[in-house]
Design a protein around this ligand. Structure first.
Ligand SMILES: NC(=O)c1ccc[n+]([C@@H]2O[C@H](COP(=O)([O-])OP(=O)(O)OC[C@H]3O[C@@H](n4cnc5c(N)ncnc54)[C@H](O)[C@@H]3O)[C@@H](O)[C@H]2O)c1
Ligand SMILES: O=C(O)C(=O)C[C@@H](O)[C@H](O)[C@H](O)COP(=O)(O)O
Ligand SMILES: [Zn+2]
Length: 357
């Protein structure tokens, strides 16, 4: 990528995408700020240190907090620890939270920023592919409870997002591939060119320094930006970004978060395609394309890790549910997401059976 690009999420916030762009972070911190809290995962100090140094050079008082890695960060206990840090440093409404990490950190730090003093600014510096193309964009924040995934949260738009593709050099390959699931999701729900790019060069799509990956990031951020701008608080349209997530979140939950979010979403998209195929809105070809494009980059397309009953119980807590009615996002042809409300249990069972290895 030669020049950084700036993608606007309506009038909510901008996303900077480029290489070597961490120096842009201080420019996104509102002028009135006096101090910032940089939140990062334990074991990933490098990028947070670079961001903190830039913020100090800009004259800000910088505090740092390391939180447990991955999904262990998204708990009320960790949120309470961060609230305590903000309280100890007397953070006011002009002070700022800066997240530097994967989607678990942007979700947690975003939630803490949304709730501290009922809302202080947050700047996200996503360091995984998944967080760059999805979690850091659009203001959904949240933590898990014992009962399920993301059950507590708030909509809180960041002041800005900086995606520096160079930080992906150190991301483990399996985490980079997991992020491609959310990229492919954007292809199925809105931008088929994404699918063509992945199908045309699957190995390049999974390489941190490839121009193909840079193009995929720009396109997926643009898809998310368009949907969020139209419906920031998920009155209805934003639900399309939940493609693959109804089963996906259930798979994560019943595995005790042993399955990565992106991997679970990959399985969930095949499940949704099976539902659409059975109800007549997804062709044989479109169903097969789900399996082939996901498999091409090494994402899972089969699942037999839990009973139907366990998954159904977890899906009942999905936020799209209304009363006893489950709601799925399915395709009515490529790039045309629609809702499937209250499907029969027999249909769900058949779609799950079709995921068997
Ligand atoms: N709010 C939203 O709109 C939204 C959207 C999609 C996903 N999410 C959430 O995002 C979370 C998943 O995020 P994720 O896939 O980024 O997982 P993650 O945050 O667990 O990060 C994956 C792993 O990569 C490590 N890591 C991060 N950046 C690195 C780097 N540059 N180099 C080396 N290691 C690095 C992390 O420490 C972690 O071990 C889930 O909780 C999901 O619910 C939220
Ligand atoms: O931004 C959205 O809206 C999404 O649904 C994006 C999803 O990729 C993301 O995983 C989100 O956190 C799921 O939201 P939830 O409301 O089902 O918790
Ligand atoms: Zn997701």
């Amino acid at each position: 990528m030669s020049e950084p690009v700036v993608i606007a999420v309506g009038d909510l916030h901008d996303v900077v995408v480029g290489r070597g762009v961490l120096e842009r972070v201080p420019g996104l911190v509102p002028d009135a700020a006096r101090q910032v809290l940089v939140v990062r995962p334990e074991g990933l100090e490098r990028y947070a240190s670079a961001v903190a140094a830039g913020l100090r050079d800009a004259g800000l008082v910088v505090h740092e907090a390391a939180v447990p890695d991955a999904e262990r960060a998204k708990t009320s206990a960790v949120a309470a620890e961060l609230w305590a840090v903000l309280g100890q440093h007397a953070f006011t409404r002009t002070d700022v939270v800066v997240s530097v990490g994967g989607g678990t950190v942007t979700d947690l730090a975003g939630f803490v920023a949304a709730t501290w003093l009922r809302g202080v600014p947050v700047v996200h510096v996503p360091t995984t592919l998944l967080a760059m193309v999805d979690a850091a964009v659009g203001g959904k924040t949240g933590i898990n409870t014992a009962e399920g995934k993301n059950l507590v949260g708030a909509f809180h738009s960041p002041a800005g997002v900086v995606c520096d593709l160079d930080v992906l050099e150190t991301l483990p390959p399996a985490d980079l591939v997991a992020g491609l699931a959310e990229v492919v999701k954007g292809g199925f729900i809105a931008d088929p060119r994404i699918l063509e790019l992945v199908e045309g060069a699957p190995a390049d799509a999974a390489r941190w320094d490839s121009p193909v990956l840079a193009e995929l990031v720009r396109r997926k951020v643009a898809v998310k930006a368009e949907v969020v701008a139209a419906d920031p608080r998920e009155a209805f349209r934003r639900e399309v970004l939940n493609y693959g997530h109804t089963l996906g979140h259930a798979v994560e939950q019943v595995s005790g978060f042993g399955v990565r979010h992106g991997e679970a979403v990959a399985v969930g998209m095949v499940f949704a395609a099976e539902l659409g195929h059975r109800t007549g809105t997804v062709s044989d070809e479109l169903l097969a394309r789900h399996r082939s494009v996901l498999a091409a980059v090494g994402l899972p397309t089969t699942y037999d890790g839990a009973s139907f009953e366990a998954l159904l119980a977890a899906m009942a807590r999905d936020k799209k549910s209304r009363g006893s009615l489950l709601r799925f996002v399915v395709l009515d042809g490529l790039a045309n997401p629609v809702r499937l409300e209250g499907p029969d249990e027999s249909l769900l069972r058949a779609a799950l059976d079709a995921l068997a290895p």
